[in-house]
Design a protein around this ligand. Structure first.
Ligand SMILES: Nc1ncnc2c1ncn2[C@@H]1O[C@H](COP(=O)(O)OP(=O)(O)O)[C@@H](O)[C@H]1O
Ligand SMILES: CCCC(=O)OP(=O)(O)O
Length: 359
């Protein structure tokens, strides 16, 4: 590849789609497209959002005067494919089928690979990839136990950003990620807290429809007996109950918004309900960090807090006051998913890492 390789990066999240153009390692265009609940709420399934999100991306690239023909590769944040190892994968037909059928579940990142492939198809020589999708699975055998053999715990989390932030933290103190024990809390539309032991995420809450803290739009762990009673009450359909867990759970259920920034402003303007719900979310994040410290047997080099909500000093302090005795805490607001995806694409195009084939 030449010295002016251009990568288009596409990162669909639950509340936004982030797009970027990288020329080599340098970002020359970056845009976060926010999607309102009113607009996304109209689509029944995540894959139904495909055309809408793709059109918005085309529009943004057109407005920014970026001709598609100048792009050498497209990389998307990967979604709910089969559990796979960390790395770069070509978006092939088997993957597209799994993403389209949402066999492993629905999440906005399913659209990352699909949109990347659709755009790459229009270009003469560009390929489409995904890297470190949300299903990266490095769980220890003990972490897979739930409490019943029919319900194995699995790994669905912000793998890309958690690993990128952990590596960049390790680099910043001249250490290797593979030599450190870290707890990484990603606070976005979903919230995941991972125990990184020497470069492997050996335990993490399943942040889609599994367990852990509630988040702006997910319920996290719920009292199972009560949940079961509600499921069999005849009052709700499966779809209604699922949306109480994913999409309309957490802050959405308590406050009617998934915007933590807005809720914090309301809290600061005196809204006691907003204040208490955000405090409860921070309390649950801290509790999960405490749990992950036991996974690492108390040998924790650092706790890293990242994701959109990490932009809020107030919220981070609510977490930090409960966990600072465990290990030093570092806050990395936002996420480095775009940089990590671009870097992975460049390494793959240059032949510096293997491009894996999804099967
Ligand atoms: N400065 C801020 N203060 C508080 N919350 C913020 C701030 N900036 C973003 N957020 C919140 O972060 C959440 C989105 O995080 P993000 O990591 O972008 O999510 P996703 O990628 O899942 O869409 C939203 O609830 C948003 O309101
Ligand atoms: C499903 C785990 C990843 C996740 O929750 O991502 P978002 O916060 O972007 O929804």
């Amino acid at each position: 590849m030449g010295v002016n390789t251009r990568i288009l990066v596409i990162n669909p999240g639950s509340t936004s789609t982030k797009i970027a153009i990288f020329q080599q390692e340098k970002v020359i265009f970056l845009k976060t497209i926010k999607h309102s609940q009113e607009v996304l709420g109209k689509f029944k399934r995540i894959t139904d959002q495909f055309e809408h999100r793709k059109e918005v991306i085309y529009e943004e690239l057109k407005n920014a005067d970026i001709p598609l023909e100048t792009i050498d590769a497209v990389i998307g944040r990967g979604g709910l494919v089969k559990p796979i190892g960390s790395g770069v994968y070509r978006v092939n037909d088997v993957m597209k089928k799994d993403l389209l059928e949402c066999k492993r579940g629905e999440h906005a990142s399913n659209l990352g690979g699909l949109i990347a492939a659709d755009i790459a198809k229009l270009l003469p020589s560009a390929e489409a990839f995904i890297a470190d999708p949300v299903v990266v699975d490095e769980l220890d055998p003990l972490a897979r136990y739930s409490g019943h053999p029919d319900f194995e715990r699995n790994s669905i989390f912000h793998a890309l950003n958690q690993k990128a932030i952990a590596r960049s933290h390790a680099n910043s103190i001249m250490k290797k990620y593979e030599d450190m024990n870290l707890i990484v809390a990603h606070l976005g539309g979903g919230i995941t807290v991972g125990a990184h032991r020497k470069g492997r995420v050996v335990d993490v809450n399943q942040g889609l429809d599994g367990d852990g803290p509630f988040s702006p739009e997910r319920s996290g762990s719920l009292p199972v007996g009560t949940l079961l009673k509600a499921a069999f009450s005849g009052q709700y359909s499966y779809e209604e109950m699922y949306s109480m867990i994913v999409g309309k759970g957490g802050m959405m259920a308590y406050l009617g918004t998934n915007d933590a920034y807005l809720a914090e402003r309301e809290a600061k303007d005196g809204d006691e309900k907003c204040k208490e719900v955000l405090e409860a979310m921070a309390y649950q994040v801290a509790k999960e960090i405490g749990a992950m410290s036991t996974v690492l047997k108390g040998e924790v080099d650092a706790i890293l807090i990242t994701g959109g909500i990490a932009n809020s000093k107030w919220f981070c302090n609510l977490v930090i006051e409960r966990v600072y005795r465990i290990a030093p805490v570092h806050v990395y607001p936002g996420q480095d998913e775009m940089g990590a995806l671009a870097e992975n694409a460049l390494l793959a195009l240059n032949g510096d890492i293997e491009i894996k084939e999804y099967q």
